[in-house]
Design a protein around this ligand. Sequence first.
Ligand code: RTP
Ligand code: MG
Length: 164
Amino acid sequence: MLGRQPRQRPPRGGGFDIDRGGKGTGMKQQTFTILKPDTVAKRNCGAIIKRIEEEGFEIRGVKRVTLSEDQAKAFYAVHRERPFYRSLVTFMTEGPVWVMALDRDNAVEHLRRIMGATDPAKADAGTIRAQFASSIERNAIHGSDSPENARSEIAFFFAASELL
Ligand code: RTP
Ligand code: MG
């Protein structure tokens, strides 16, 4: 029978911004987060994940990893000329982190909003960093700053087959 074409699907994994809901739901967007070593050490992962889920994010991929120095340097390469780069790499490799691929409408902007400012002293009340960060460096959580970076950060840690 003509007219029943298979539905075209975008690639999985690296790009799962799929409108899976059909009618009425907006386009899902992907973002990426790291629960940083301070969060894991203080056993705050559960509380932060609860908040992330309550905010409507779907956790599409999650794993616990300990970053190598090369991985931390590469992940934060954009900051390699900044005075805090060396210290940031030391911090990010001091213990395990949890990395997560997240899915939600307006995911990038929404996660950044609920994370709060980089410096917890400047973070709005009720944000994750206001609640859980200890300093501008030990600030509990990373969130992608653009959809493009979310895509590459997810691909940095996850194979497409882990995000089905
Ligand atoms: P992130 O990338 O981790 O989500 O944080 P962000 O966008 O809010 O901040 P960014 O400017 O990208 O900085 C990356 C991470 O570097 C550490 N940092 N330390 N000592 C300092 O002045 C300083 N500034 C930044 C923080 O861990 C920050 O999240
Ligand atoms: Mg950043």
